[in-house]
Design a protein around this ligand. Structure first.
Ligand code: 5GP
Length: 180
């Protein structure tokens, strides 16, 4: 498979679409086993998780309640370390409810920790996370995401919803940066 270039950076294939789809199916089976009959409210973390969430939601209970949250912290390839809320649903949707966040990628864990605290402050009873990708070597918090598709190294990735400067989200496979 050909390498690709986005904004002057080079990327090579990391995870093929068919492996992504297999992993999502396995994750959906785990969620169905864990939550059958008592689904939490699902919050999709935009923008990166849209592809993952779209595929995952095909395989789980059709009547599950869901909404989205949007935060940002990244500027290009670098996290600013500051999380800014662009959108969070109103309290009625989360108050006294269990929440499952759908994330594209958990890196340092700052976003997940921030969202967990923010949602609990707004009345969520409990917050868990399913993430397609996880960078265990960069993660800085004690509680791991509960459901993980792939553990990856400390590398910057694009594709399957994940971007560099809003580019590359539409790529069907996941690619890693090979500039370092
Ligand atoms: P964290 O707060 O865990 O450090 O980072 C979470 C957010 O940073 C993710 O939701 C994603 O938006 C962004 N991010 C972290 N690592 C990567 C990466 O390798 N590629 C892309 N495109 N975004 C990333």
């Amino acid at each position: 498979m050909k390498n690709i270039e986005i904004d002057g950076l080079n990327f090579e294939l990391l995870i093929k679409e068919e492996d992504i789809l297999c992993s999502i199916k396995l994750l959906s089976q785990k969620l169905n086993d864990s939550y059958s009959g008592e689904w939490p409210v699902i919050l999709v973390v935009l923008n990166g998780a849209i592809f993952f969430a779209g595929e995952l939601l095909k395989h789980i209970d059709e009547f599950v309640e869901f909404s989205c949250v949007k935060v940002h912290s990244y500027d290009g390839k670098v996290s600013s370390g500051n999380i800014i809320i662009d959108y969070i649903p109103c309290c009625d949707i989360i108050k006294n409810k269990k929440v499952l966040l759908i994330e594209d990628i958990v890196d340092t864990g700052l976003t997940l920790d921030f969202l967990t605290k923010e949602l609990k402050k707004r009345g969520a009873k409990d917050v868990e996370c399913v993430t397609l990708l996880f960078k265990p070597h960069k993660y800085n918090f004690p509680n791991l995401p509960k459901y993980i598709g792939f553990n990856i190294r400390d590398e910057f990735v694009v594709g399957y919803g994940m971007d560099l400067n809003q580019k590359g989200r539409g790529l069907k496979n996941i690619y890693k940066n090979i500039n370092n």
